[in-house]
Write a protein that binds this ligand. Sequence first.
Ligand code: S1T
Ligand code: MG
Length: 542
Amino acid sequence: MTLAESLLHALKDRGAKAVFGIPGDFALPFFKVAESSDILPLYTLSHEPAVGFAADAAARFSGGLGIAAVTYGAGALNMVNPVAQAYVEKSPLVIISGAPGRDEGERGLGLHHQVKHLDSQLLIYREVTCAQAVLDDADTAPAEIARVLDTALTRSRPVYIELPRDMVNAACDPVPARTVPASDTEAAADCADEILQHLKSADAPALLLGVEVRRYGLEDKVAELARKLAIPTATTFMGRGLLAGSEAPLVGTYLGLAGDEDIRRTVERSDGLLMLGVILCDTNFGVSKRQIDMRHAPHAFDGAVRVGHHIYPDVTLSSLVDALLELAIPLGSETHASQHTYPTGMPVDDAPVKSIDIACAVNDLFAEHGLMPISSDTGDCLFTAMDIENTALVASGYYATMGPGVPAGMGIQAVSGQRPLILVGDGAFQMTGWELGNCRKYGLTPIVIVFNNMSWDMLRAFQPGAGYHDLDDWQFANATPFLGGIGTRVTTRKQLGHALNVAHADKDNFYLIEVMLERGAISPTLQRFVDTAKERSALRSE
Ligand code: S1T
Ligand code: MG
């Protein structure tokens, strides 16, 4: 077996479903093997940020590794932003970068794509990945590959593999099977016991769920735990989409002062708030009215658990959930799901569309035809998604980069076969929307809703009055046929409902529905989010 084949088999064995990439001369040998070996399907895209976003979404959605394969320098450095997102949002993304052959640097010439030193790229990637390997020795490569891939899965963070182009076809042993670090079950049982004592003595226990629940494949178990405890259960903003369709007593998504008032009270007034896999970040908690008192909020995150002033350093989320399930008894009386109601029944009239109408129209579509997974970009579309029925959602809820919407949706469909709904603002679409031109080649058929307010409206909300927030009318629907899809521009609610039904009925094409929205008319949820965030940061507009 060659080194590249060993690597691809190891990735597949660890749950990877596809390779996303853009080749370059330093990566051509690897791409050749990736295509001809047929170990994993290969999807080439058009711009490296999209490669990173698609591979990240593939990891998030399928619960295995995502793979982004790029060339040295111009390719890999073009992908730093999505990898940074994967790092902070805990997505196990594997970057495979081509690199100069081992003795190419010895000719005394600077190499193309090289920055300051030959290892500048490795040093940059050290900052945004949790483990790195340079595969310059075929004897150590199997162990090195196992080390970094297993670290990616254990820590659920991105890892970096540099593959010199002259090593791709070197003879190489298979990579050892995955090893899962033994978890301390005794500590997990003690920890679960302490947490449950705390929750039992609380007047208003509640559960708050974060993205690690999905990252570690624990949704079913956590749904069962929520049912057993029978206490109100909310997701964080980032955890939106968790437990969709389960029978858990899910009340909705906590968004502090920007969200549902009952959910805010449930979370902030809880004197026993168990936080499972929750990232402590400003988008999850920056808009709280009352700060969560961590002494009453046991918190499991990043392989450790904190209960009051006690820290259990080696209790993984997975072992904690198992231990809690063993001991759980009903602590409350919440027995059924979803008290939050989402808007439905969009009037079929000639009124101009507002953001909330899009949520309503999508809810009507889902009610009739079933849920679709959603990929949302950053902007008003993500806040509008909070008014859409709870369904699997991939979004940059913490890092808040623009650009993932379209490529992440394509990544979801590539690895799951499920047709996604993509929500994206016009500004973000200008960044990565053109990747839709790759849909036809791979048989991808997303339904894309472009929130076209001809504006960077979220920024306008932070800083009204500036002219540079105005964007031109790019006519995205008119451009869609050139990308191989079907485009419609809608301005009224009647047109929106019709366009969604037509798109849904046609399973063979991708659709772009360009919804024209009034500049400055953002959703009430985003307005509240911005108002609160501005107040907190004292970032007041002039
Ligand atoms: N560049 C990148 C890659 N990510 C960002 N988040 C930003 C810049 C800053 C930024 C926002 S929101 C926003 C920008 C430029 C405007 C988004 O415009 P559009 O996609 O049209 O959506 P909408 O009009 O709904 O706002 C964030 C918050 O930092
Ligand atoms: Mg916009």
